[in-house]
Design a protein. Sequence first.
Length: 242
Amino acid sequence: MEKQVLITGSSRGIGKESALYLAKNGYDIVLHCNTNIQKANDTLKEIEALGVKARVLQFNISNREECRRILEKDIEDNGIYYGVVLNAGIAKDNVFPAMEDDEWDKVLDTNLGGFYNVLKPIVMPMIQKRIKGRIIAMSSVSGLCGNRGQVNYSASKAGIIGAVKALSLELAKRGITVNAIAPGAIDTDMTEDLPVDEIKKMIPMKRFGQAKEVASLVNYLMSEDASYITGQVISVNGGLYL
């Protein structure tokens, strides 16, 4: 059976690297983007050049109805996924006293609401088809330790950890694993505006991580070798604890 993996937010950064890494290891890839369809299509071409099947879905993970409609149609047309990587997310940093309602709502609705919105149409078909699949959600070092100016982001990423732990208990008897990855400072366009030199001083390894170093863990957790790992939060952070 061909194993297809849905990766949200896979037009760039960790999502793109995960898509390429999994494609090189023989998985068919279902890419996802919200607004930047051109970058998603560029990634699609890179994957197809590897001789792997791929396609692109475009939807807003914070829009529950849109998620349901598009995912149900894709599953109907192409079959259920073996794996899901919940990578898409946003940050709107601000100190809490100055935080706008919209900055709180958008981050929670996207990062934590997206967990529900994307997985809800997928989990029951996985169970019905007896897929011993893999669900991986991206949390963050901020979700484990908190971070100044990120009360909204930290709350959303901590919520993902709680959701992963609870869902892993529900799906364990089905042979479906559910895990979280908590990246630290990773060199992507989401971190390019950060004070790099100051952050490096806080990291024991004195460097930012590479997206491929997270993607390799995604690949392992997706594999048969990881079938007894579930409900875990694995950090990729160079020893950083904020």
